[in-house]
Design a protein around this ligand. Structure first.
Ligand code: LLP
Length: 383
């Protein structure tokens, strides 16, 4: 499938490059919209997953909101036509300039992550003569059972305000006239493939929602973040996430009052499967115990395997050999961690063969670097 679509690109273009299947992205967005609108849920696209202009345009067209974690992401959303009344801004370290920009644009909501941040946004809002709508990002202490670098909802993580701080926060809010508390925000981690943690999150959110209601806060917005994982093992079997089952968990376990909206911030589930990193084999090096396939793409183009020991399916899409050999598939960067997969079974592979590293649409291109003075990575699209 991927093989046929790629043939014309490979002959015309230098590798490595990202190759995005726009039709798959559109189908994913259609399914997401259909399943979320069943319950009137609001979905924001998590910009951090991929900010390739072509991808962003497609997502904007679908009408999703934007979840941003830097001033430049807010700017990117505004400049690409996202409705400012659907832009949320999270992050533990928002600078004054970033806050001022977002205030100036009248974004929907700041997801505030610490007590001190409340003071700072209030002060800056006073100077702009504005009232900032905020949600409290709460650390619910729910274990997402995912890689430790992408778990965010535990007390030991730097994110959010802890339940033991609630009374103090409520007291503080009464002294900050230029903040309007409109909601509660949660995000427990990323690449969560078991729905259990989301059910636990719902139960925790119900408790916290009730706590604030009892203190006189009838908050219209509950935002449960993102984090639903994709199938890296078999991308072709499940190239569009089962959004119906995912949203049903929230429908079944979340106790919302009539006036409350449920918001989501999905990144990986939207763009993960539509992107592939395409590379050529530069060298084959046969050792005594290990055979290496050395690619022209490395951790500079896709850092996930090196950083999180993440699995991406690797396919030789040009070989017609029927015998298979195990290779350590590595990149050209001067780091031993520059390895996409160990003992990967591939058809017999030779110099010049084309390798596709699958499911690379989320946190791939956007995390690329120019380490070793590498070229910027290019991207192409199939319609
Ligand atoms: N909302 C917040 C507050 C987040 O921190 C994140 C992701 C999301 C939403 C979107 O999560 P998603 O639906 O994409 O799982 N670079 C790592 C992932 C880092 C995720 C950071 N936060 C990776 O390559 O796996």
């Amino acid at each position: 499938m991927l093989r046929e679509k790629l043939i014309k690109y490979i002959s015309q273009h230098k590798t490595p490059f990202y190759y995005y299947d726009i039709a798959l992205l559109q189908q994913t967005l259609n399914s997401l919209k259909a399943e979320s609108s069943r319950y009137h849920y609001h979905v924001h696209y998590a910009f951090k997953a991929n900010t390739n202009p072509r991808i962003i345009q497609e997502i904007e067209r679908s009408g999703l909101g934007a979840d941003c974690v830097s001033g430049n992401e807010v700017k990117c959303a505004v400049e690409n036509g996202f409705d400012v009344s659907k832009i949320v801004f999270a992050g533990v370290g928002k600078s004054d300039d970033e806050i001022n920009y977002a205030l100036d644009k009248n974004i929907f909501c700041f997801n505030c992550e610490s007590m001190q941040e409340l003071d700072v946004i209030n002060d800056l809002a006073i100077k702009q003569n504005k009232v900032a709508s905020i949600a409290l990002r709460i650390n619910p202490n729910v274990d997402a059972h995912t890689h430790k670098y992408i778990t965010t909802g535990l007390e030991e993580n730097k994110f959010g305000i802890n339940p033991y701080e609630f009374e103090t926060v409520i007291g503080k809010l009464k002294t900050l006239p230029n903040l309007k508390l409109i909601g509660l925000h949660f995000h427990i981690g990323s690449q969560i493939t078991d729905l259990g943690p989301f059910k636990k999150l719902c139960l925790k959110v119900n408790e916290i929602n009730q706590f604030f209601f009892n203190r006189g806060y009838d908050l219209p917005v509950i935002n449960v973040g993102g984090g639903i994982g994709i199938n890296y093992q078999e991308p072709d079997k499940e190239n569009i996430l089962d959004f119906a089952t995912y949203f049903k968990v929230f429908h079944d376990f979340m106790e919302l009052r009539k006036n409350q909206e449920l918001h989501f911030e999905l990144g990986r589930a939207i763009v993960g499967q539509c992107g592939n990193l395409i590379s050529r084999v530069l060298y084959i090096k046969n050792g005594i115990n290990t055979n290496f396939a050395i690619l022209d793409a490395g951790m500079t183009e896709l850092i996930r395997p090196a950083l999180y020991q993440a699995y991406h399916k690797i396919e030789n899409i040009s070989s017609s050999s029927t015998s298979t050999i195990k290779y350590d598939v590595v990149g050209p960067i001067c780091e031993s961690s520059d390895c996409f997969g160990k003992a990967v079974e591939l058809p017999e592979t030779k110099r010049g063969d084309i390798i596709a590293i699958r499911s690379a649409g989320a946190y791939g291109e956007v995390m690329a670097s120019r380490y070793n003075l590498r070229d910027d990575v290019r991207s192409y699209f199939s319609e």
